[in-house]
Unconditional design. Structure first.
Length: 127
């Protein structure tokens, strides 16, 4: 059994997919790029700014979805600018510094991402 979860704090999808899906105790977020929820505009400023925006969007949506950051169990980070991964990691560390047990994480360099983004992240929570 699955349930579609929605949040007004997340950007609306531009394509045909479910942004957040709950299956049993697992809540899975589709890949998120750094879009402004109100305007749909891609965050400028490069990989660090994009990573920070994605994580801010995620954290902003959690209360509305009935989730807490400490329930984050896994994340995947994709970037077209892997040489700037230290900057992405800096945004990651700043956003998740309160976690005593950080989630598992995979980081992958890719050739392209939707809408010209340089960073995309997907998340899984255990509720």
């Amino acid at each position: 059994m699955h349930e579609v979860l929605t949040s007004t704090k997340l950007p609306k999808p531009r394509f045909h997919y479910t942004p957040v899906l709950k299956v049993g105790p697992l809540v899975r977020f589709s890949g998120m790029i750094a879009l402004d929820a109100a305007t749909g505009a891609l965050e400028s400023g490069g990989p660090e700014a994009e990573a920070a925006k994605i994580l801010a969007n995620l954290k902003g949506a959690l209360p509305e979805l009935g989730l807490r950051l400490d329930q984050l169990v896994s994340a995947r980070i994709y970037t077209t600018r892997f040489e700037q991964f230290p900057a992405i990691n800096s945004a990651w560390e700043a956003a998740l510094k309160e976690l005593t047990v950080p989630p598992t994480r995979t980081s992958v360099g890719v050739s392209a991402l939707p809408l010209g983004a340089s960073v995309e992240m997907e998340f899984e929570f255990f509720k």
